[in-house]
Write a protein that binds this ligand. Sequence first.
Ligand SMILES: [Cu+2]
Length: 161
Amino acid sequence: MSLVPHRSEPALPSAPATAQTSAPVPSLAASRPGALGPLLALALAAVLAVAGCSGSSGGSQPVVSVDPNAPALLAHGLKFDKDELDVPSGQAFDLVLNNEDGVPHNIAIYADDGHTQVIFRGDLESTGIHVYHVPAIVPGTYYFQCDVHPAMNGIVVVGQG
Ligand SMILES: [Cu+2]
C-alpha cells in the first residue's frame, strides 16, 4: 500500500489556492447556550396557537361586509342605541343590525306605531352583525321596532338623511 497521499485533482497552475482559509469561526448559536431555547419555544407555541385558531374557524363564520355609511342599530341590553333612523329616499339601502345581546332581535318598519302597514320586516338575528337589504321607501316618517321586544322602537325618517 502506498503511504503517499494521492490527489485525484489535476494540479492547475492558474487555480487560486483556497485551501488555507479554514480559520475557526465562532458559532453564534453556541455562544449563549440555552438563552434562546425558552424564547424559541414560546414563539413556536404562539405560532401554533394562532394557526390552530385560524384553522378551526375556517369557513364557519361568514364575512359580513358592512357599508360604514349605512344606517345602523346597535342592540344592547334589550335596547337600541338610537330612536331615530335617517335613511335615504327613493333607493334601496342596507340597514345594519349589530346585535350584542344573547337573544335574537329584528328590525321591522311600519307605517306608524299602530302597525297598520308593514313596510319592511327583517328576520330575527342572533348575536352578531347582520345586514338587511331594504327596498326603497317613499319619503316620510315611519316607525320601527324589534318585533320580539316592542319596547325597542323609534322612528324612521326617510328622505332627510
Ligand atoms: Cu328584540
